[in-house]
Design a protein. Sequence first.
Length: 292
Amino acid sequence: MRDLRILVVDDFEGFRRFVSSTLRQRAEFRIVGQASDGLEAVQRANELQPDLILLDVGLPNLNGLEVARRVRARSPAKLLFISAFSDPDVVREAFRLGALAFVHKPHAQSELILAIDTVLGGKRFVGKGLEFTGDKPSEAPHRHEILFCPDDAAILGSLTHFVAAALNAGNPAMVLATESHRDSLLQELRRQGVQIDVAIQQGTYTSLDANEPTDPVEFVEAIRGLREAAAKAGKKYPRVAFCGERAGRLWAEGKTDEAIELEQLCDDLAKAHEVDILCVYPLPQGQDAISS
């Protein structure tokens, strides 16, 4: 078998390293290039003409769906999406644009090679935790993830990626973070070209202070308001994305019981109200970011 020329597109360098390491398991897989944003991805695809493009959804400057649309007009490359976001509308749109596979990032370690082999065999691959049928998406499984981050930059990057993926898909987002992180998050979202100011105006984005006590009633009311705002903005089946650092801060301060209580609340919200949740925690020095 001749070499399979692959272009890897993801804005997180650590994930690109993971993909590169995984692909090295197969001698015929050859990475011919990498890109960290959407515009660069389109340019590299045109220049390199790869056989396969591994593509994230939440990219700066140009989201992955738009990248797919532009690439398909000029290149015969096969498209395989790898995304942290599992919204059924996004998955369906990816396949409509010509993707042959969609892998949910939490399962990438076990599914990436299998997905590539399935695509090369001429079949479509839909990863674990991804469900969609017909015109109306199936009910997606609840998502409640905990991500341990090695430093402040990783925390901000994780929050940014999560919120950007939601807003780019037309879904509402809520953030529970410190004032400095909320301000930095807004700046980074604007830098990446995410329409955050439009989302604020529409009421599809809101933020709460991570230093304030958690009020379950306030959470539920905020979720309801976000969903209604997204529906008014044209999202047919909105799914709220919530991310925060309060539980992680409580844990770091030794308040483990309060952190566990908050995680239990988040799990209840995820199951009862169709909310995708990401909780970020500071990781002890010397370790790489991990997800549970």
